[in-house]
Design a protein around this ligand. Structure first.
Ligand code: ADP
Ligand code: ASP
Ligand code: MG
Length: 473
């Protein structure tokens, strides 16, 4: 099976009938490469499903139905535009079954029949179940040998609903058993991203944006030649193009660079996408489904030899910084262990850490357990919390060997207060924390200094303009 490729299409690549038709063109053109297709829910559908489920759980069943109805209609509109009558009717029947099942799940959510995350996964899975069924039909209507496959019969996870962890050996065996015969028989499997099932057969999901991860898991399980991520921008760019309109496509990234960027906020790739690809040394290509002729980004073991030391700037907002100061740290062992055990107990991930003689600063992405954490930390020292921070991460293999990059970066941001600095162990990233309100301005200024020097006369963007960009997301 070493010949096949995995092609993943994100929500914006299947937002309406025009987008579905573009996907069909792209898949048709790649036919000889033996594609396995992974697709996200249509754009905005997962958000609507989550909103609908929350309304149902609060007892507002009418509101819950109203939240999802227009999105079910969007699926029917695609079927109407692109499917011949027979398969259109069959899709409509399946959609009615899905609607009835979703209604039953809403009633069960209102009655709190099962644990909230278990029912929620079953409910939100309909986004990918429907989009993948529809895409398989659209491809078949083109005369392609497409067959719908159920990702829940391929990816096996633990039971951490909402962000389930795949069990790789089982997943490999099941994916090969499920998809192998289809591929060998010349068929073109189409499956939903994001969704999976526990060993007991309950539906699970891999976390928001998880379809990229699904594609990588499936690609690794089938020893694919390449994993392609088709999205709404041309590859991984030098910064988030919504913040920096002059951001440029990066031709090549190493796995390590891509992993750092994804982890520190480059939404174009789910943070876990790179891991399965690295293990089997499968190249990952990021392409634009709206402009398929444009060359995107190739991610593989080696980065390109480039004069540009810094490859990209990623950022992540909504960060909380916790600082613990204690003289007890001085020359004492066991302090850090006691400190991290607190975060362990509250199942809270720590992203960036910086230590000095008597203090430790760290960042949290998810601060839901902040209050009990702070309460426990107080027994170790004085605790200070800074909410509404942002992480900026400057990434490039060249950082390993180039002196003076920190001076250049911080020199550019002299008037901005920097509260935590860390250079990751891999030395390919320089990461620091600033006030969230200034992140747009800071990223744009850095981008201009690092990537746009020749256009140095361009007018600076105001913080206001960034705030608006952020709000539009
Ligand atoms: P999909 O629906 O295809 O999964 P996403 O919305 O999850 O698409 O990811 C694509 C978006 O990621 C882009 O529209 C862009 O705004 C955002 N993004 C953030 N950082 C970057 C970056 N460095 N390069 C490219 N896109 C980025
Ligand atoms: N549909 C899911 C989400 O919106 C997964 C994905 O699109 O990657 O989070
Ligand atoms: Mg995505």
């Amino acid at each position: 099976m070493d010949q096949l490729i995995v092609m993943k299409f994100g929500g914006t690549s299947v937002e309406d009938a025009t987008a579905f038709a573009r996907v069909a063109d792209i898949v048709e053109a790649a036919r000889a490469a033996r594609p396995v297709v992974v697709v996200s829910a249509m754009s905005r559908v997962t958000d609507a499903l989550l909103q609908s489920f929350n309304l149902a759980a609060d007892g507002d069943l009418d509101g819950a139905r109203a939240a999802i109805e227009p999105h079910l209609d969007r699926h029917l509109a695609v079927a109407q535009a692109l499917l011949p009558q027979e398969s259109r009717e069959s899709f409509r029947e399946d959609l009615e079954k899905a609607r009835a099942e979703m209604n039953r799940l809403m009633v069960r959510a209102a009655a709190r029949e099962l644990a909230f995350p278990v029912l929620q996964d079953e409910f939100v899975a309909y986004g990918e179940r429907l989009s993948s069924r529809l895409l398989a039909d659209v491809l078949a209507a083109r005369g392609l040998p497409a067959v719908h496959a159920d990702a829940r019969r391929c990816i096996v996870t633990d039971e951490s609903h909402g962000s389930a962890v795949p069990l790789l050996a089982e997943t490999r065996a099941r994916t090969q058993a499920e998809l192998g015969p289809l591929v060998k028989g010349g068929q073109l499997p189409v499956l939903g991203g994001f969704i999976a099932a526990s060993a007991a057969g309950r539906t699970t999901t891999l976390g928001r944006g998880g379809s990229d991860y699904s594609a990588a898991i499936i690609g690794a399980a089938l020893d694919a030649r390449e994993i392609q991520i088709w999205t709404d921008v041309t590859g991984v760019m030098t910064a988030d193009p919504r913040l920096v309109p002059n951001a440029r496509t990066i031709r090549r990234l190493s796995y390590a660079e891509a992993a750092e960027l994804a982890y520190f906020g480059a939404k174009v790739l789910h943070p876990k996408t790179i891991e399965p690809a690295v293990e089997r040394a499968i190249p990952v290509r990021v392409c634009n489904s709206r402009r398929p002729q444009e060359e995107g980004t190739l991610i593989c073991a080696e980065t390109e030899a480039s004069a540009q030391r810094i490859k990209a700037i990623a950022h992540k907002t909504g960060i909380t910084v916790v600082q613990i100061t204690s003289a007890r740290m001085l020359g004492a062992y066991g302090f850090l262990r006691a400190l991290f055990e607190v975060f362990d107990r509250h199942r809270t991930v720590v992203d960036v850490v910086a230590t000095s003689e008597v203090s430790v600063s760290l960042t949290l992405d998810d601060a839901r357990s902040l209050h009990p954490i702070v309460r426990e930390l107080t027994s170790l020292g004085t605790v200070r919390v800074e909410p509404e921070r942002a992480i900026i991460c400057v990434v490039g293999e060249g950082l390993r060997t180039t002196p003076g990059i920190a001076a250049r970066v911080f020199g550019e941001l002299q008037d901005i207060n920097i509260s935590l600095i860390s250079q990751g162990a891999s030395s390919i990233n320089l990461t620091f924390v600033i006030d969230q309100a200034r992140v747009g301005e800071a990223v744009a200024r850095l981008h201009r200094a690092i990537f746009e020097e020749q256009q140095a006369t361009a007018a600076p963007r105001t913080p206001d303009a960034f705030d608006q960009t952020e709000r539009r997301k």
